[in-house]
Design a binder for this molecule. Structure first.
Ligand code: GLN
Length: 495
């Protein structure tokens, strides 16, 4: 039976003719079918994937040179455009009609097609150019707003480890697709933790690069100065390989750095001893599950025994960062989401006989879900004339202070370690009535996005009471992806 361990092993198996791309695609399609109840996929491109696999097998057998992602099977979060394929950001507003329970299957899927991408995201172009196979698009929180994947027009995603628990979010489908073996790797987006936190909840690797490392062209915007595409996988070399391929200069994204992308593959194994900082305030925080705190402290002791320098650094900004994040991101979202007005895209309310303002109001009221509406209103409020300085300007100051403080720490240390989330995956429904509690659970992830630095959740722990996995979060300074991945690999190997 087919079992995926790494891209390298897969390519070796293809070369030795132990396997074909077609067999791999067939295997994943069967898996997706049998685990449909997890609700990770919104669309599966079965026919296309099978055809592409056949073409690739033919090409390889003819002796022609193959791409670096030859036959690698990848899923995309439903927020990354793929030309001629439907995309909705898991929102009714990008569908052509509202899906209610009477029209949909038990998870909210309806058969009617909504908005279709008119071009592909740069990341998709680059994956395809290296012969990757895109197998489908993956469920997420509506417009990437959420931490549990319960804010999706397609319904929630189940955590494959314990189906009574959430997948995490907003890239819940992307995390579960890798966790449950429904594809080899997947892409998600991380505006405040949406790659790292679901990866943490599902026991896989979730990696968010530096802001400006991967093109956002073709990514549906939530908060443009925070959004970054991230990668889910099960091995560090695989993550590094995808990064090498999708990162780097793109004329369509002016916030992108033209710095060279370091190559991870081909490097010697890393046995470097690093300088690592941790924040006692983070590990002593009242919201943190004591067992998560204990496991991280034990791991710190091991790192010291292994010869790394691990030191406490005083950090007093922890309680300011979630408010700053929610003020700034909702402000950006209120502007970004103003384009969904019932005229240009997707869903439009019954328009006969009503005037334009009414059309906008009705379309947006019906098309957006509760959480998205809450954030648009919050963002509009913090930007309004009377409150701008009290909220938006203050939050920008926090962002600046935080960036200065973190940069100072990176003068002395290679990495900062933190928990990824204060708890393991919540039970479904546990947090839905309390949005503030849900926001506060982002305490450890939003910092990397406020500062624009790379961060990763490395799945190295298991919770003794619940049996659920959780990760260690490692952060590094801007564009320091290579050492970050090399250290993460050491963590995965246990040394
Ligand atoms: N949980 C965070 C939020 O709800 C993260 C979202 C994200 O990274 N897209 O905003």
């Amino acid at each position: 039976m087919f079992e995926f361990s790494s891209i390298e092993q897969y390519h070796a198996d293809l070369k030795e003719e132990k396997l074909t791309c077609l067999q791999a695609v067939e295997y994943y399609l069967t898996q997706i079918q049998s685990k449909q109840r997890l609700n990770a996929f919104i669309e599966v491109y079965a026919g296309e994937a099978l055809q592409k696999a056949k073409d690739l097998d033919k090409k390889r057998k003819s002796g022609a040179a193959t791409g670096r992602l030859h036959g690698v099977i990848i899923g995309l979060k439903d927020i990354i455009c793929y030309k001629d394929h439907p995309i909705s950001a898991s929102s009714n507003i990008l569908k052509s009609r509202i899906v209610d329970s009477s029209q949909a299957d038990s998870f909210g899927h309806a058969d009617e097609q909504g908005f279709v991408s008119v071009y592909s995201a740069t990341v998709v172009e680059r994956l395809l150019a290296e012969e990757a196979i895109i197998i489908g698009n993956l469920n997420c929180d509506e417009f990437a707003m959420g931490s549990t994947n319960e804010n999706s027009a397609y319904g929630r995603v189940l955590n494959a480890r314990d189906e009574t628990r959430v997948s995490g979010g907003s890239s819940g489908g992307s995390a579960v697709a890798v966790q449950a073996g429904l594809c080899m790797l997947s892409l998600g987006t991380d505006t405040g933790g949406s790659v790292r936190q679901p990866a943490d909840f599902c026991g896989v690797i979730g990696f968010k690069p530096t802001y400006g490392r991967i093109s956002r062209y073709g990514l549906i915007a939530y908060a443009s100065s925070f959004d970054q595409i991230g990668i889910f996988g099960t091995s560090i070399p695989d993550i590094a390989k995808i990064l090498e391929i999708i990162a780097g200069h793109d004329q369509f994204d002016s916030t992108l750095s033209s710095r060279k992308v370091d190559t991870y593959s081909g490097q010697d194994p890393d046995n470097k001893r690093y300088r690592i900082a941790y924040f006692p305030e983070a590990l002593d925080h009242p919201s943190l599950d004591p067992e998560i705190a204990r496991s991280i402290r034990d791991r710190i002791d091991e790192l010291v025994q292994q010869g790394h320098t691990v030191e406490p650094v005083h950090f007093d900004l922890l309680d300011y960062i979630v408010p700053a994040y929610y003020i700034l991101t909702t402000a950006e979202a209120s502007s970004n989401l103003s384009r969904y007005d019932g005229v240009k895209y997707g869903y439009r309310t019954e328009s006969r006989g009503i005037e334009l303002t009414e059309l906008y109001k009705k379309t947006r009221s019906r098309g957006f879900g509760t959480e998205v509406k809450r954030r648009i209103m919050l963002g509009t409020f913090v930007l309004s004339a009377g409150y701008y300085d009290a909220y938006f300007t203050q939050a920008q100051k926090v962002r600046k202070l935080l960036t200065e403080k973190i940069n100072l720490i990176f003068n002395d240390y290679d990495f900062i370690i933190l928990p990824t989330s204060p708890s393991v995956a919540f039970k479904s429904g546990e947090m839905t009535q309390d949005p503030i509690a849900m926001y506060l659970a982002d305490i450890y992830t939003v910092m990397a996005n406020l500062v624009g630095i790379p961060a990763i959740s490395v799945p190295i722990f298991q919770h003794k009471i619940s049996g659920m996995p959780f990760g260690l979060q490692v952060l590094s300074c801007r564009f320091n992806e290579l050492p970050l991945l090399r250290f993460s690999n050491q963590l995965m190997q246990g040394h």
